[in-house]
Design a protein around this ligand. Structure first.
Ligand code: PGA
Length: 251
């Protein structure tokens, strides 16, 4: 049985005070945790403050990106050890905004994935097709290519420690959510791709979140699909009431 996992991707939003206030509200609403894992991913500069605000609770904290090198002359970058040091345990990798706006390739995601796993952090690896790729009937090919490139030279044991997020790019921040059938089709395909590349029991154990305009009113139907194991939430994660409603729909 895969335990549902809902994570909030705050992107480049909120002030420090707003971040800690939101984290505290989520902690009080979630309590000691129900049937769902929960994490929030603030901007790096607020990781420490948010980790302090969630300390001792069941709400985890994640970074939105990391650099693959351990330390050195990499101006502006943040290492896995630094992220761990300030209390985060998750890292989002390969978000479509990083792939499409900041030019991250599957190879970059793969290097980061190796670094994150070596540090004992839990990666949330994002994959997803552009609208023109979907319209050209290439969705599954694109997902397979992203999965294969991002997970190169990863063992089955390591894959078992990962979370994957399927985020169709056309559904992110647009209010245009994938239908539960469209999302389930890709999730089921991702599981077959993992079975083929690794083995069935590992593939069955990996949690696959859906992301892209998840809101309280569509969460239950999406999360009710057999291969959808949670959500990666952007806009609706910036307010405690909508984020908590999505958590409740999951668990
Ligand atoms: P959205 O973002 O919920 O605002 O569509 C999701 C994401 O980018 O992770």
């Amino acid at each position: 049985m895969r335990r549902p996992f809902v994570a909030g991707n705050w992107k480049m939003n909120l002030t420090r005070d707003e971040s800690t206030a939101l984290a505290s509200e989520i902690v009080s609403a979630v309590g000691s945790g129900g049937n769902c894992d929960v994490a929030v991913c603030p901007p790096n500069v607020y990781l420490h403050a948010v980790a302090e605000a969630t300390k001792g609770s069941s709400v985890g904290v994640g970074a939105q990106n990391v650099y693959h090198e351990v330390s050195g002359a990499f101006t502006g970058e943040t290492s896995t050890e630094m992220i761990k040091d300030v209390g985060a345990t998750y890292v989002i990798l390969g978000h479509s905004e990083r792939r499409n706006i900041l030019g991250e390739s599957n190879e970059d995601v793969n290097k980061k994935l190796h670094a994150v796993l070596a540090a004992g952090l839990t990666p949330i690896v994002c994959v997803g097709e552009l609208l023109e790729e979907r319209e050209a009937g290439r969705t599954i090919d694109v997902i397979k290519e992203q999965f294969t490139g991002s997970f190169a030279n990863i063992s089955a044991e390591q894959l078992g420690k990962c979370v994957i997020a399927y985020e169709p790019v056309w559904a992110i921040g647009t209010g245009k959510v994938a239908t539960p059938e469209q999302a389930e089709e890709v999730h089921a395909n991702l599981r077959s791709i993992m079975t083929e590349a690794f083995d069935a029991s590992t593939a069955e154990s990996v949690r696959i979140q859906y992301g892209g305009s998840v809101k309280p009113d569509n969460a239950a139907e999406l999360l009710g699909q057999p291969n959808i194991d949670g959500a990666l939430v952007g806009g609706a994660a910036l307010k405690a009431d909508s984020f908590v409603a999505i958590i409740k729909a999951a668990g």
